[in-house]
Design a protein around this ligand. Structure first.
Ligand code: ZN
Length: 243
């Protein structure tokens, strides 16, 4: 079934009539605002993370549409946002010419089955193609992580429950390809909210002796105030399966 049939003939960004992203949303998506993303409170072990922009009304519409409603036409513009965040991380961390490996935060097997595709890995794979076009350095994407036990749906959990749910929850997949010598890993996700998923992903690869440069995400939620716990979860409900 095509994305258009599932979505109806409206823009997935603003619901204006028409097929695919309207011009206004396309232009807005193509204007990233890369920045350092630090959750409040910041989990211990949270990697240095850059975001392609804030989780504003547009991203609040298109990230769930891509993830939950199979709007695969959004993969490329979301990948451009992610690529911008990766570029910012590379620039800010002044890494030498080491080979870089993008490692998507894993979705649960049930989520991948339900959605028909691993949305985060799709964005990461598309971002790699763009980054390779623009940069002369070895760069690849490896789906290195998997959930090692059954994890509860993160969207139903409070912040501390998310941390407990995920602690020790990711491990390395079996039969991974050999990494390039001196490879630095960049963990990638579509969204950072509490930081618990990226923190657990970072712990899992470091436990395997691998080197992490940092993390990059398409968008980052921003709290209105450090004491305002409601902003952890954007309004509009059950769109996140990770923290
Ligand atoms: Zn639109």
């Amino acid at each position: 079934m095509t994305a258009e049939l599932l979505l109806g003939a409206v823009c997935p960004g603003c619901q204006a009539p028409g097929f695919g992203l309207c011009t206004a949303c396309r232009v807005r998506l193509a204007e990233p605002a890369p920045h350092r993303a630090v959750p409040t409170p910041c989990p211990s072990g949270f990697p240095t993370t850059y975001s392609g922009g804030p989780y504003d009304d547009l991203l609040h519409a298109v990230i769930p549409a891509h993830k939950e409603r199979q709007a695969w036409l959004l993969t490329a513009p979301l990948a451009d946002r992610l690529a911008t965040a990766v570029e910012e991380l590379i620039m800010r961390t002044a890494v030498d010419g080491a080979p870089l490996v993008l490692v998507p935060v894993p979705s649960t097997a049930a989520a991948v089955r339900r959605r028909g595709r691993d949305a985060t890995a799709a964005i990461a794979g598309s971002a790699v193609l763009r980054l390779r076009r623009d940069h002369d350095r070895p760069l690849t994407m490896i789906k290195m992580l998997r959930p090692v036990r059954r994890l509860a749906d993160q969207s139903e959990l409070t912040e501390s429950e998310r941390r407990r749910n995920l602690a020790g929850g990711y491990g390395l997949r079996r039969g991974l390809p050999r990494l390039p010598v001196g490879a630095q890993l960049i963990l990638v996700d579509d969204l950072v909210t509490t930081g618990s998923s990226l923190t657990e992903a970072c712990r899992a690869v470091r436990a395997a002796g691998l080197s992490v440069l940092g993390a990059a995400v398409v968008a980052a939620t921003q709290r209105r105030h450090p004491s305002d716990d409601r902003a952890v979860r954007p309004s509009g409900g059950r769109v996140l399966d990770r923290g």
